[in-house]
Ligand binder design. Structure first.
Ligand code: URA
Length: 239
């Protein structure tokens, strides 16, 4: 492995939340060659080169890597344009998504669709929801829609990161604090992070409010701000 590959691989591990890598023998090579053993010591597998969404779905399989799998109906991998220039990342499936196996199809999803379609139309940008890609940090519904636990985010994060690397959009829009945490490794809340550009690896990330938050009746200011954020993202990506 050359220096560049090694740097990339270490960056990938860092993004997955792996804090320390020990250089003992050929440990890294072993991880690649013997994924079963790697899983046993909980070092996540790396993104294979030439990775595709199809390959990632295959690797995810009938996932039982964490407890979220126990009560899910369907895995919600993601939907939309596989060559999208823009990817939205939410938190995790709700009841409707769990039933249908598709992200953002419930009330929050309907709002997200309206936000994308209407903002794009108003701004003269010829895209609709089907032109972007939408996925979540965790692919199985957390019971009672609770926030995913750090270990659940870490395990599923491997697949999210592979999705992002396979699509390589021009920008990512993180919806809410769970997505922001997963991508930016920060404890800051959405109010502090929103409205400006951050980076996940080399990809620009805009943080904005989660549509579920915007559905609450008293969040008028947040609604206005979310629309501003989305306008910024759409112009950056499609102008
Ligand atoms: N909320 C999310 O974060 N994701 C979905 O897919 C639906 C609701």
């Amino acid at each position: 492995m050359n220096r560049e590959d090694l740097r990339d691989r270490l960056a990938f591990y860092r993004d997955l939340g792996v804090k320390e890598v020990f250089r003992r023998g050929a440990a890294i090579e072993q991880t690649e060659a013997r994924p079963q053993e790697a899983a046993a010591i909980s070092i996540p597998p790396i993104a294979p080169s030439g990775d595709t969404l199809l390959k990632i779905i295959e690797d995810l399989g009938e996932c039982r890597r964490c407890r979220l799998s126990e009560r899910r109906s369907k895995i919600v991998f993601g939907s939309g344009n596989e060559n999208a220039r823009l990817v939205f990342v939410g938190e995790g499936p709700g009841a409707d998504e769990d039933e249908q196996g598709l992200p953002f199809v419930g009330r929050a999803g309907q709002l997200l669709t309206q936000m994308i379609d209407n903002t794009a139309a108003k701004e003269g940008i010829p895209i609709r929801r089907a032109d972007v890609y939408i996925c979540n940090v965790v692919k199985c519904r957390p019971p009672e829609n609770r926030t995913p636990l750090p270990e659940e985010m870490e395990i599923c994060g491997e697949f999210l990161f592979r999705q992002l690397l396979a699509i390589r959009p021009k920008a990512i829009c993180a919806l809410g604090s769970t997505a922001a945490k997963a991508l930016l490794n920060t404890k800051d809340g959405v109010t502090r992070l929103r409205g400006r550009w951050h980076k996940w690896r080399d990809l620009p990330v805009m943080v904005t409010y989660h549509p579920s938050y915007l559905l609450r009746p008293y969040n008028q200011d947040a609604k206005r701000e979310a629309w501003e954020d989305l306008k910024k993202v759409l112009h950056f990506v499609y102008d």
